[in-house]
Design a protein around this ligand. Structure first.
Ligand SMILES: CCC1=C(C)/C(=C/C2=NC(=C\c3[nH]c(/C=C4\NC(=O)[C@H](C)[C@H]4CC)c(C)c3CCC(=O)O)/C(CCC(=O)O)=C2C)NC1=O
Length: 169
């Protein structure tokens, strides 16, 4: 698992080089945005359960066939699995936000996920839509916590969306 700093070090170590101008600039950017990252994580953590709940309500309102007989989230067990997955996406997104690097998502969330979903018939496109709903709700939450620029919050959610959708749909 890597963060913005360890991944930079790794790249420069492989080349046997001291940090150059680019490296220093990216370190600066990372440390200057540090407080905002931590604030965003705090805003998410204190509302995680309700963010997941609200996002799933919205998903099922817009795509009610998911929770009807024949839908993949039909039955209490599968409904609960779906909410649990949304919770995973939210929690790992906060890790990636704080790390300033998406590596944790590759290693802990995305590896083998599409194959698992495909073999269980979990539909990718509504899942991706659920991740986007989560993103929008998180951004509102983070803005309400007083952060003005919330654009950086997009990255982990968009990353998971891209990686999940890539070779499928
Ligand atoms: C931490 C990383 C991690 C992830 C991401 C993860 C996902 C994950 N979701 C699963 C199932 C599932 N995932 C869903 C999710 C959904 N169904 C829908 O219709 C919706 C679109 C969607 C919710 C948004 C459902 C319903 C199942 C159960 C499917 C089944 O067993 O038939 C499974 C199969 C095993 C199980 O049921 O626990 C995995 C591994 N597990 C992990 O350890």
């Amino acid at each position: 698992m890597r963060d913005a700093v360890t991944s930079l070090i790794k790249n420069y170590d492989v080349a046997g080089r001291y940090f150059d101008r680019n490296a220093i600039d990216s370190l600066k950017t990372y440390f200057e945005s540090g407080t905002a990252r931590v604030k965003a994580a705090a805003a998410i953590n204190s509302n995680a359960a309700s963010l997941v709940k609200q996002a799933s309500v919205k998903l099922f309102e817009e795509q009610p066939e998911l929770i009807r007989p024949g839908g993949n989230a039909y039955t209490t067990r599968r409904y609960a699995a779906c909410l649990r997955d949304m919770d995973y996406y939210l929690r790992y997104a906060t890790y990636a936000l704080v790390a300033g690097n998406m590596n944790v998502l590759d290693e802990r969330v995305l590896q083998g996920l599409r194959e698992t979903y495909n073999s269980l018939g979990v539909p990718i496109s509504p899942t991706v839509y659920g991740i986007q709903i989560l993103k929008d709700m998180v951004k509102e939450q983070v803005a309400a916590a007083g952060l003005i620029d919330t654009a950086f919050v997009d990255e982990p959610f968009d990353y998971m969306t891209r990686e999940l959708s890539e070779k499928d749909i």
